[in-house]
Design a protein around this ligand. Structure first.
Ligand code: FAD
Length: 310
């Protein structure tokens, strides 16, 4: 039986390349993958999804109740479709972390979150203990509900033929929640979770004002800006820049960690980056154990010099 993959829509488009990455994550199942678009304006996103390699069909539900990712109407729709599928999956983002637990509860099955590898239709790997161990989970639930950690997968390419798009009706709104407003930080910079280059600052940066040196370097490199939890807690950087176990999980081509010691909770969010550059004045800082390039020195002289040279 086919697999249902939930796609997040943002401004009428697919929110990111997470659907393409989830498609490659799900490919070991060897089943048809249907993509579900839930939005008020979803036609463009549906057309985008239909062109991705490996998509069997796109289901398009357009309704005002589905406009803002509210868990209750979205989960009601997903649960109503569930009998047609053996697996219901979604990229592990705030969008799906809101919806999947409710879907699982309605179906009386468990959620298997942060899947990093699919061994077979019932067996999945996921990181535990801040990424220090890999847990292999076998589920005998009749429907598997999976959150996919998409940062560890390459996205599929566009296919040659577009998959069909079927319009389906939304379920009646359960009326349990009401959207009030979204307060979204607008930024010209790449999205942190999917950026190719990330420059992150930690406690060593010293103040909110001095964090501007990190931002200038990131802008020079066309990078997203990240931060350690210490930097966020001290108010140097906003909460949604936090990388780590309780922040975002990133796996860019290049990760530059500045004034970050390398606590395991931080590493849990960035250790899968392809190339890691660490800048720290303490040559024994744990971050250097996983760094490909280690610059030992004072960030206040290294960063301006690096920025000027770039
Ligand atoms: P520090 O550990 O204080 O390191 C600062 C570094 O800056 C030091 O290595 C120092 O040598 C260097 N430095 C200082 N001055 C300079 C200078 N002038 N030039 C160069 N280097 C300099 N942390 C996260 O980051 N993300 C998470 O998601 C996260 N989740 C957590 C969840 C739990 C349950 C817990 C308990 C902790 C979590 N933490 C998380 C916190 C984590 O344990 C660390 O406290 C935090 O990562 C430390 O941040 P830091 O490296 O910026 O600060």
């Amino acid at each position: 039986m086919p697999v249902l993959l939930l796609a997040e829509v943002n401004n009428a488009k697919l929110a990111s390349d997470a659907v393409a990455r989830a498609l490659s994550a799900l490919s070991p199942l060897g089943e048809r993958i249907d993509v579900l678009i839930m939005a008020d304006e979803g036609a463009e996103a549906a057309a985008e999804a239909a062109r991705l390699d490996g998509v069997g069909q796109v289901l398009l539900a357009q309704d005002g109740t589905l406009a803002h990712g509210l868990a209750e109407p979205a989960a009601a729709l997903v649960a109503s479709l569930a009998e047609r599928y053996t697996h219901i999956a979604a990229p592990a983002t705030a969008f799906s972390k809101n919806i999947l637990p409710r879907v699982a509860a309605l179906l009386d099955v468990m959620v298997i979150s942060d899947v990093t590898s699919i061994r077979d239709a019932e067996t999945f790997d996921r990181p535990v203990y801040a990424g220090n161990a890999v847990q292999t989970v076998t589920s005998t639930d009749r429907i598997k509900v999976l959150g996919i950690r998409t940062s560890v997968f390459q996205g599929v390419e566009k296919g040659t033929v577009a998959a069909p798009v079927e319009t389906i009706a939304a379920m009646p709104d359960p009326g349990l929640s009401t959207w009030v407003e979204d307060i979204v930080a607008v930024s010209e910079r790449p999205d942190l979770a999917s950026a190719r280059v990330v420059v992150s600052g930690g406690r060593g940066v010293g103040s909110r004002e001095q964090f501007d040196t990190i931002i200038r370097l990131a802008d020079r490199m066309g990078a997203a800006v990240g931060a350690s939890r210490a930097a966020v807690d001290l108010g140097y950087a906003p909460n949604d820049w936090q990388v780590g176990q309780t922040g975002k999980v990133v796996a860019p081509d290049l990760y530059v960690a500045v004034g970050i010691s390398g606590a395991i909770q931080h590493l849990a969010g960035m250790k899968d980056s392809k190339i890691i550059v660490a800048i720290n004045k303490d040559e024994d800082a744990p971050i250097f154990r996983i760094a490909d390039y280690a610059l030992v020195g004072d960030l206040f002289s290294i960063i301006p010099e690096l920025t000027a040279k770039l």
